[in-house]
Design a protein around this ligand. Structure first.
Ligand code: GAL
Length: 425
């Protein structure tokens, strides 16, 4: 009996040593491959490596802004039963689609034991949770309603950034007449065109109607949406002719090369410009899209742990790291965004980021539909395609555009889906 116990003990020890020496793997998917964002994620992965040197990190970056390609890859992996340890997902509806199908692990205990409910704003906590449970941890806060401009050309043409969308529209012919592309667009993937519409809608309709539109409570027949369609069609007349062959960051590159003057893009563009060696408020400016001052249109990148994630502890360690003050500071300073935590000092952030950190405290918060937060994913996909149809048929009547947009909302049962979802607005 005694020798059996010794045998058992030795066996257990060997087993434990085996487990200890088996290096854990942390596998992560993200779509941060452009200038600025690639450096930002590399910096945090390096922090992770410093903290957990024995863990093998397998980073799987899938190019395609807004996650257009990565999201398809993740769905295939999950359906095949081989999810990674974690993956980038927009907080809000994009995350809800996994949570509502029980594909993510609830992490409410972690949120509570780490005290995260005290350091992340209420609205962000809402979009990181579904049906009363937390499922994701926010890495950043991006602002979708930003416009970026080449300061040298602005000065040369004697321009100042307008504060209304109508004045912005009025300015476009003047810039074109001076020989520049007024609005840089890179819509090789159509989410960038949809951003033009989304941010214009926010300017025209204001935050309440904006929310109502994406909740299916008002339709495209509403005068504010009709006005948005008209502005959107006008804006599209002032973009670079090669827009369909460029990505969002290549479009930003047109500002750096001095071919284009402005671009409407989230503040990942801020990270791109910094990585390109441009100085904020010297070479480029970035402010709220005209008519949206005082509104913060949120885009929140977050990370969940899928059900069946391998080496799950490495995932929890990742979540703890990215929620920490040092990681939120290091990542967002490079990324162009601002921390999701409210207690990160402004030191080390550029002046555009500091202004946004102030704005977040007092602005009305809305959330981006294009970037997965504000509206159901199926609707957004169809709605973006409808906008592309409008883009490529400039002769479509206003009524035909309204009908097309209304049809997408109806066929996807936007109002019903939003009303019946277990989400907290
Ligand atoms: C957004 C994402 C940002 C940035 C951008 C371009 O959807 O939230 O972090 O990566 O796409 O890829």
């Amino acid at each position: 009996m005694k020798s059996f116990k010794v045998f058992l003990l030795v066996g257990l020890l060997i087993g434990a040593m085996g487990i200890m020496s088996m290096a854990a793997t942390f596998s992560i998917y993200d779509w941060w491959t452009a200038g600025g964002e690639a450096q930002a994620i590399a910096t945090v992965l390096n922090m992770y490596h410093q903290a957990y040197p024995d863990v093998t990190i397998v980073q799987n970056p899938v190019a395609g802004g807004a996650g257009v390609n990565m999201q398809a890859v993740i769905k295939s992996l999950i359906f095949a039963g081989v999810p990674p340890t974690t993956f980038q997902v927009h907080a809000g509806w994009e995350m809800y689609q996994y949570a509502s199908a029980n594909l993510l692990q609830p992490i409410t205990n972690l949120w509570q034991s780490e005290g995260w409910t005290n350091v992340f704003p209420q609205r962000i906590q809402q979009i990181c949770s579904y049906n009363g449970q937390f499922y994701a941890v926010p890495m950043d806060v991006h602002r979708a309603n930003m416009i970026w401009y080449n300061k040298a050309i602005f000065d040369k043409l004697g321009l100042t950034m307008p504060t209304t969308i109508q004045d912005f529209i009025n300015m476009l012919p003047k810039i074109k007449a001076a020989g520049y592309t007024p609005i840089a667009l890179g819509d090789s993937a159509n989410w960038t065109t949809a951003m033009l519409f989304e941010e214009t809608l926010l300017a025209v309709a204001g935050p309440d109607k904006y929310n109502q539109y994406f909740e299916g409570k008002i339709t495209a027949s509403d005068p504010a949406v009709q006005q948005t369609i008209q502005y959107f069609k006008t804006e599209l007349q002032y973009v670079n002719p090669n827009h369909a062959s460029l990505t969002w960051d290549q479009a930003c590159g047109l500002l750096v090369s001095g071919q284009a003057v402005m671009t409407i893009m989230g503040d990942w563009a801020n990270g791109y410009f910094m990585a390109a060696g441009w100085k904020p408020n010297v070479d480029y400016g970035g402010v709220a899209v005209p008519g949206t001052e005082g509104i913060y249109n949120l885009v929140v990148d977050s990370f969940p742990i899928p059900v069946g994630a391998p080496d799950v502890q490495t995932g929890y360690d990742w979540l703890k790291l990215i929620a920490s003050v040092p990681a939120q500071a290091a990542f967002n300073q490079i990324k162009g965004s601002i921390p999701a935590r409210i207690d990160v000092p402004t030191t080390g952030f550029n002046p555009i980021q500091v202004a946004n950190m102030e704005a977040l405290k007092k602005d009305v918060l809305t959330a981006s539909a294009v970037h997965g937060s504000e509206a159901p994913v199926a609707f957004v996909t169809d709605w973006e395609n409808a906008l592309t149809v409008i883009q490529y048929h400039p002769d479509m009547s206003l009524q035909a555009c309204v009908n097309l947009l209304n049809m997408t909302a109806q066929q996807d049962n936007l109002a019903g889906t939003v009303a019946s979802a277990n989400v907290n607005y």
